[in-house]
Ligand binder design. Structure first.
Ligand SMILES: Nc1nc2c(ncn2[C@@H]2O[C@H](COP(=O)(O)OP(=O)(O)OP(=O)(O)O)[C@@H](O)[C@H]2O)c(=O)[nH]1
Length: 367
């Protein structure tokens, strides 16, 4: 199964929400405004009555165009459009009411108010006052989402440094352990030697889970007695990984945000200690976020950026959540690289982040 197919199948809740919402916007809007495009002769007459596009309202600043202008809905569709049956698609004038509903739809899909307003404003640009169909709106939205996501879609960078130290942070249950297992397995398959350090020494279950993932991935997992100092484990793990000539050391960490001060000190100490072995470490600090937490993910980025020098994000549990839009808000607000996304609990359910695929899956486009 292609990853797009998997993503589309599994992002179904966000896609359904946005996809159905777009249909409703055009089809169930003002019945006078939503209408099937007429056949060519009437079309010309109709066009003469079409009012001039209104100026953009103040609530949504409609500035420079960022997506290519769509063909004027009042013009006869081209051959391709007619072949695709576009002339039969219901259309509705893109007016303030419709833009407001679109904004609302995007907010409900967890895109966040600021991002939803910006996306809506950009969609309005060049289209305001024109009659638009659902496929056109879907296409415009996908293009806008892809435009925001493209600059942040970057795989985790690999450096010549051996071992490259990857610190993995995030709140409990966000999917750190699973992500480390999946990444370790992928790096191993790519010919890299990987070592994992089970740095959440306070939770025996977390250590056990990491050992299971390590065994699955065929990667050694270094552990320490329960309750022991994670920084000391990180130091030993880095020393060993160095001696063994490992390419990558992935360090799991605790994620107890309840006591932020403790967590901050713990992470700071890990960094201080591993720098005694390699002053350039850690080379990556991955923040793992759970997509199902929606807007709370934004808060987590803010907190972890203060605690640790976050270099990139991994978003897990995009399968089965209606909150996939939060990824757009994250990209728009922080611009941090999104290295990978998780769409399931299996070892191969982690993929590089592809902005086009994501955008199409999010708005419910077909393959
Ligand atoms: N559906 C789905 N579940 C996931 C995904 N990633 C992780 N999970 C599940 O989320 C739960 C928590 O994942 P963990 O990897 O244990 O999270 P953690 O951050 O290490 O949590 P602690 O061990 O409590 O610190 C587990 O049941 C995972 O199987 C994903 O992409 N999709």
């Amino acid at each position: 199964m292609s990853f797009f197919k998997k993503l589309k199948d599994r992002l179904f809740r966000s896609s359904d929400k946005i996809g159905e919402g777009l249909d409703a916007l055009v089809g169930e809007g003002d019945p006078a405004a939503a209408e099937v495009a007429p056949s060519p002769p009437e079309f010309v007459a109709e066009k003469q009555q079409t009012p001039e596009p209104k100026a953009a309202p103040a609530s949504t600043p409609r500035t420079a165009p960022v997506v290519p202008d769509m063909p004027d809905a009042g013009q006869r569709p081209g051959l391709l459009g007619r072949m695709l049956g576009r002339s039969d698609a219901p259309r509705r004038v893109l007016d303030d009411a419709m833009l407001e509903s679109l904004e609302e739809l995007l907010i409900q899909a967890d895109m966040g108010v600021e991002t939803a307003v910006r996306v809506t404003a950009n969609i309005a640009e060049g289209r305001f006052g024109k009659r638009i169909s659902t496929p056109e709106l879907r296409e415009a939205l996908a293009a806008e989402v892809a435009r925001i996501m493209t600059p942040v879609a970057r795989p985790m960078p690999l450096y010549p440094t051996k071992p490259q130290v990857v610190l993995v942070v995030g709140v409990n249950g966000s999917g750190k352990t699973t992500t480390i297992g999946k990444l370790a397995s992928q790096f191993k398959a790519a010919g890299k030697s990987v070592v994992i350090a089970a740095g959440d020494t306070f939770r025996a279950a977390a250590v056990e889970q990491l050992q299971i993932w390590g065994a699955r991935a065929g990667v050694p997992v270094l552990t320490a007695p329960e309750g022991s100092d994670p920084a000391s484990l990180a130091f030993d793990a880095l020393t060993k990984a160095r001696v063994d000539g490992a390419d990558l050391l992935m360090i799991d960490t605790a994620g107890r945000l309840q006591n932020r001060q403790d967590l901050m000190e713990e992470l700071a100490k890990i960094v201080r200690v591993i720098r005694k072995v390699d002053p350039t470490a850690p080379h990556n600090t991955l923040l793992v976020l759970d997509a199902t937490t929606g807007q709370n993910a934004l808060l987590q980025v803010e907190i972890f950026r203060k605690i640790a020098d976050v270099s990139g994000l991994v978003m897990t549990k995009l399968d089965g959540t209606a909150k996939g839009g939060v990824l757009v808000a994250l990209a728009d607000k922080f611009g941090l690289p999104i290295h990978a996304i998780g769409v399931g609990e299996q070892i191969d359910d982690l993929a590089p982040f592809d902005p086009e695929d994501f955008a199409r899956a999010l708005v419910g486009s077909g393959d």
